[in-house]
Design a protein around this ligand. Structure first.
Ligand code: FES
Length: 78
């Protein structure tokens, strides 16, 4: 398991739909941040976190992969 790559330096604002499954990239290799695009397989890296929200809302998803509250930004990129 390799998880030392950052997917970006700042969070990405995302409009999430209610009750839809999203796969948040944990490994940083995805070219579709903050979401998984399957690149973790070739990189032999960590697998995504699948999550959903009960109500549609706008959130800030972590790309630096240092957050203590995945998949959400907690300011750790600073
Ligand atoms: S590409 Fe990073 S978790 Fe899938």
């Amino acid at each position: 398991m390799v998880n030392n790559k950052r997917g970006g330096d700042t969070p990405i604002q995302c409009d999430l739909e209610a009750n839809k499954n999203y796969a948040w990239c944990t490994c940083g290799h995805s070219e579709n941040q903050p979401f998984c695009n399957g690149s973790h397989k070739a990189a032999k890296a960590t697998t995504p976190i699948v999550f959903s929200v009960e109500e549609a809302k706008t959130v800030y998803l972590c790309t630096c992969k240092q957050t203590k509250n995945p998949p959400y930004c907690d300011g750790s990129h600073h």
